[in-house]
Write a protein that binds this ligand. Structure first.
Ligand code: NAG
Ligand code: NAG
Ligand code: NAG
Ligand code: NAG
Length: 192
């Protein structure tokens, strides 16, 4: 009888001890992983080219000014403080009707008092092929009057986890009468 109790007690202690270990495990703050355990093998470099349609005019505008600073003197300054929210189409060719490969969602704001210099904060959300659903995050300076503007790619999601790189923007066309622009983007990304 006594033997049986001690066996039971031992089992109870063992169960308690294991659940204690499990509890400790589930509260663990950090641990080391191998890169392979996340499927990260060889880092590769990819180049993407697409066209960004900044449509500011008409009923189907995709770039909408949401903030205009009261101190902004629109005739004299660079629009410092203006914020525009975008959900711009990204297409494979420069025509608006060409195949959609993704959208640029985010915002740009005039961040320079004395020249045209935008701060771009946006995600490219791709819909093309295996990249459907993957995103790249861009945060950088866009001096729109320069022929080529370079912006850092600070990360990504999906197929672009752990990515980094840069995007080069050059204006393909600008409609002086309504403000719509088409911008060619060449994007160089290191990713797994
Ligand atoms: C705006 O979008 C609507 C709905 O997709 C479409 O019917 C209309 O033709 C578009 N208008 C312009 C000016 O593109
Ligand atoms: C805005 O700038 C214009 C051109 O420099 C100037 O004539 C005007 O007085 C300024 N307006 C204000 C409210 O500062
Ligand atoms: C992209 O993924 C969405 C959601 O999973 C799906 O509805 C859509 O059809 C896909 N598009 C393409 C072009 O594969
Ligand atoms: C530029 O905008 C004007 C006014 O909306 C439009 O009539 C014209 O077709 C546009 N030009 C081009 C090349 O798209």
């Amino acid at each position: 009888m006594a033997k049986l109790i001690s066996k039971k007690t031992a089992i109870i202690f063992a169960v308690l001890f294991i659940s204690f270990l499990v509890t400790v495990e589930s509260h663990q703050f950090s641990r080391k992983l191998s890169q392979r355990s996340l499927g990260l093998r060889k880092e590769k470099l990819s180049h993407f080219r697409f066209y960004f349609h900044d449509i500011v005019s008409g009923p189907n505008a995709t770039a909408i000014r949401i903030v205009e600073a009261t101190r902004t003197n629109r005739t004299a300054t660079t629009g410092f403080g203006d914020i525009t929210m975008i959900d711009n189409p990204l297409t494979i060719g420069p025509e608006r009707t060409s195949r959609l490969v993704g959208r640029a969602q985010g915002m740009y704001t005039s961040a320079s008092l004395n020249e045209m210099g935008l701060l771009m904060v946006m995600n490219y959300v791709f819909v093309e092929g295996k990249y459907n659903g993957s995103t790249l995050s861009i945060m950088g300076r866009n001096p729109v009057m320069s022929p080529v503007r370079e912006m850092p790619i600070v990360g990504g999601s999906g197929l672009f986890r752990f990515s980094r790189g840069y995007a080069q923007a050059s204006t393909h066309s600008f409609n002086m009468s309504n403000g719509d622009a088409v911008v060619e983007f060449n994007v160089y990304v290191l990713h797994y």
